[in-house]
Design a protein around this ligand. Structure first.
Ligand SMILES: [Zn+2]
Ligand SMILES: [Zn+2]
Length: 344
């Protein structure tokens, strides 16, 4: 079968011919229906050797949906032909966070040789994908697997961050989303679907801003000199209760911190690896700065329900597997307004 594999650090991935995996006990092989091209894969391909503790080669693609193709011994409760999402962060399965479905915060993450399919183990940018346990599968029901693949990351990551802040997102509150690419567009819809917040989006691209308005943002501003004043004016000078930074650069972190309300929360989601100098007076009193990593398996189930009721729709642009690198090129150039999904 074909698989888009990372074979050397600091180099683009390449399409290779590899054997179709066979499932061992408890494992499942999916025929891949869709694999999202995530911005973090661009970082992954650029980072030098030694940044991550993973063995090469492995197949990219950590945002996956597929059809059950083969079941290993002892797998019960699912059948060949079922449409499934793959929960992306693969933990140890037996620590307390894993048993609560929070494998994104596995206590043993540092001692596991990979973070998931497409992240050190073979992912979904291939004709078939081996999933090491049926516990990592979430049924898709009537959703189209190509459209639904981005739920597993582009929607799950902002959903997890928003849910953590939900008690503060009361009527009269303001949530700011910096960066309106795939994750930002999901964040806008999710904030509108589950919170009462006024939703403000900041981005450099007018195309992204327009998309954010269409998806329900109350306000969408180009980033620039007046951004801080604009948001202050909009919130009667209070500032934002929640800022989601989908970029994570020096500039966006500084902007995000400057927009916070007292006791507000700045969440770093993007992997641009910027820094925010922090001291007692760097943020308003009581403000929190945190990272947020991916989401829980039960939150992924909630997203399937949200998509089924029509409250979440991620615009998808499809690419054939032999054009997968082109999807990443388009992503890098900012020419994909929703999510690029590779369809083998
Ligand atoms: Zn991702
Ligand atoms: Zn664990």
């Amino acid at each position: 079968m074909r698989a888009l594999q990372l074979t050397a650090w600091g180099k683009p991935a390449e399409l290779r011919d590899v054997p179709i995996p066979t499932p061992g006990p408890g494992q499942v092989v999916l025929k891949v229906a869709g694999a999202g091209a995530c911005h973090s894969d661009l970082h992954l391909m650029e980072w030098p050797e030694g940044t991550l503790p993973w063995q090469l080669p492995f197949t990219l693609g950590h945002e996956n949906a597929g059809i059950v193709h083969a079941l290993g011994a002892g797998v019960t409760g699912i059948r060949e032909g079922d449409a499934m999402l793959v929960y992306g962060p693969w933990g140890c399965s037996h620590c307390a966070p894993c048993r609560l479905g929070r494998e994104n915060y596995c206590d043993n993450a540092a001692s596991i040789p990979a973070s998931g399919g497409g992240l050190g183990r073979d992912g979904g940018m291939a004709d078939y994908m081996l999933v090491p346990s049926s516990r990592l599968l979430v049924p898709l029901g009537s959703l189209d697997p190509v459209q639904a693949a981005p739920l597993t990351d582009a929607a799950l990551t902002p959903y997890h961050a928003i849910k953590a802040a939900l008690p503060s997102l009361v009527p009269g509150s303001t949530a700011v989303v910096i960066g309106a690419g795939g994750l930002g567009q999901s964040a806008v819809q999710l904030l509108r679907a589950i919170s009462a917040s006024q939703v403000v989006v900041i981005d450099k691209s007018e195309t992204h801003l327009q998309k954010a308005r269409e998806l329900g943002a109350h306000r969408a501003y180009p980033s620039g000199e007046s951004t801080r004043a604009d948001v202050r004016a909009l919130t009667a000078n209070r500032g934002a209760d929640l800022v989601l930074d989908m970029v994570g650069s020096n500039d966006t972190l500084a902007l995000g911190a400057s927009l916070l309300r007292a006791q507000g929360r700045l969440v770093i989601i993007g992997l641009a690896m910027g820094s925010l100098p922090l001291n007692f007076f760097a943020v308003p009193y009581g403000a929190q700065v945190s990272t947020s990593y991916w989401g829980t398996v039960t939150e992924l189930m909630e997203l399937v329900a949200l998509a089924q009721q029509g409250s979440l729709r991620i615009p998808v642009e499809t690419f054939p597997l032999d054009r997968a690198m082109h999807a990443y090129d388009e992503l890098r150039a900012g020419r994909i307004t929703g999510r690029g999904v590779v369809v083998p």
